[in-house]
Design a protein around this ligand. Sequence first.
Ligand SMILES: [Zn+2]
Length: 103
Amino acid sequence: MTKKRIGKKQVQAIALERIYRLFELAEQEFEKHPERSKRYVELARKIGTRSNVTIPSKLKKRFCKKCGAFLVYGTNGELEEKEKIGNLKCRECGAERKVKLCE
Ligand SMILES: [Zn+2]
């Protein structure tokens, strides 16, 4: 029996794709089901940990590390931009953190 082995790189590429997809879903569901978007963020973070994939900085700015909420600026989150560093605030739990703005 020949089994096709999937390399680590392929696993990570798939994981990254899933992470992007989950954040897309989180965005879509946010308005009607904010608790679902929270769940999607949780799943995306789990996939990242399990497959050793860093969540892209673009997406890192979209959730709160403390409570795991998906953040929509002006609704449940805020992003204050200061040159290359942003200050990300979560209105759900009040947590703040610095994020990189360059991409
Ligand atoms: Zn929070």
